[in-house]
Design a protein around this ligand. Structure first.
Ligand SMILES: C[S@@+](CC[C@H](N)C(=O)[O-])C[C@H]1O[C@@H](n2cnc3c(N)ncnc32)[C@H](O)[C@@H]1O
Length: 288
């Protein structure tokens, strides 16, 4: 098995067969069924974890390698970082990170009660180093669990794709409140024309680049432009936003699977120092 990787700003170019396939699958799931999927999103993810327990997603050891930011966002060596993993699932990202870097405190949340329970049952779960809690990022206020402007870095890994595109901005606005000014959200998720997007059967389409799996969980495939608009529209600045193309080649079976991800880094703007100074003079207690 060989694996090639490159990064870029241009979306993947489809073959004519792939174009045809996408063009022939235009029929959308009915509004009634779409509403039901939205209402049952939490239940469907919870059932997913009931069926798959902790065995479905592989541990994501690439996080520190890919996101050098995790190390570089320290202002001084030895600084303890506070991290939030939003939509943590069963902790495939969280636990490798906690193992690799002993100087992190991590908040981790998910709306599936089962997923959160699996995180808490993991032998590496230690309340001195992490706090897992249940939270629907589109509805529940993160401030109920995490202090305002207290987080150094937020990881958003394959989570927004599971959320209806009309509600994604609610997640970003929720996260904004707990992120320190000047600090980043690290994003990785499915990109346009990923292999899995082309494998959906007819009648799985919910909208543009948005599909439903057999088990009722949904998946959105991001373009670089859409992601920029989403983050910038929620008050962030774009630092990096690019496609990651991976080609997994299985020589024995003669299979070549094109994977496309979108990887980005978006910053909550630093506080305007002159405004901060004004507030400070005015009496310290009001946060601008
Ligand atoms: C594809 S999994 C990714 C899990 C984890 N980030 C990882 O990389 O292994 C998507 C996760 O998002 C969670 N999720 C979906 N919608 C959510 C919401 N509105 N609020 C919180 N979590 C949500 C699901 O329960 C699921 O655990």
């Amino acid at each position: 098995m060989a694996c090639l990787q490159r990064k870029g700003l241009q979306a993947r170019i489809l073959t004519s067969e792939e174009k045809e396939k996408l063009q022939s699958d235009q029929a959308l799931v009915s509004d009634f069924k779409q509403q039901k999927l939205e209402n049952e999103a939490q239940k469907n993810w919870d059932l997913f974890y009931k069926r798959n327990s902790t065995n479905f997603f592989k541990d994501r050891h690439w996080t520190t390698r890919e996101f050098e930011e995790l190390k570089s966002c320290r202002e001084f060596e030895g600084q303890k970082l506070t991290l939030l993993e939003a939509g943590c699932g069963v902790g495939n990202c969280l636990f490798p990170l906690l193992e690799e870097d002993l100087n992190i405190f991590a908040y981790a949340c998910d709306f599936s009660p089962r997923a959160v329970e699996y995180v808490k049952q993991n032998p590496l779960y230690n309340t001195a180093r992490c706090k897992a809690f249940q939270c629907d990022l589109t509805k529940d206020d993160l401030l109920d669990h995490v202090s305002r402007e207290s987080v150094d870095v937020v990881m958003l890994i394959f989570v927004l794709s599971a959320i209806h595109p009309d509600k994604m901005h609610l997640v970003l606005e929720n996260i904004y409140k707990v992120l320190k000014p000047g600090k980043n959200v690290l994003f990785r998720d499915y990109g346009l024309y990923d292999h899995t997007m082309l494998r959906f059967k007819a009648s799985s389409k919910l909208g543009e680049n948005f599909y439903v799996r057999q088990d009722g969980t949904r998946s959105y495939f991001f373009t670089e432009e859409f992601l920029t608009r989403l983050f910038v529209g929620s008050g962030y600045e774009e630092v990096v936003n690019e496609y990651v193309f991976r080609e997994t080649v299985n020589k024995k079976e003669g299979l070549c699977v094109p994977r496309v991800f979108l990887q980005g880094k978006f910053r909550r703007p630093p506080r305007d120092l002159s405004t901060a100074a004004l507030y400070h003079q005015a009496g310290d207690c009001i946060s601008p």
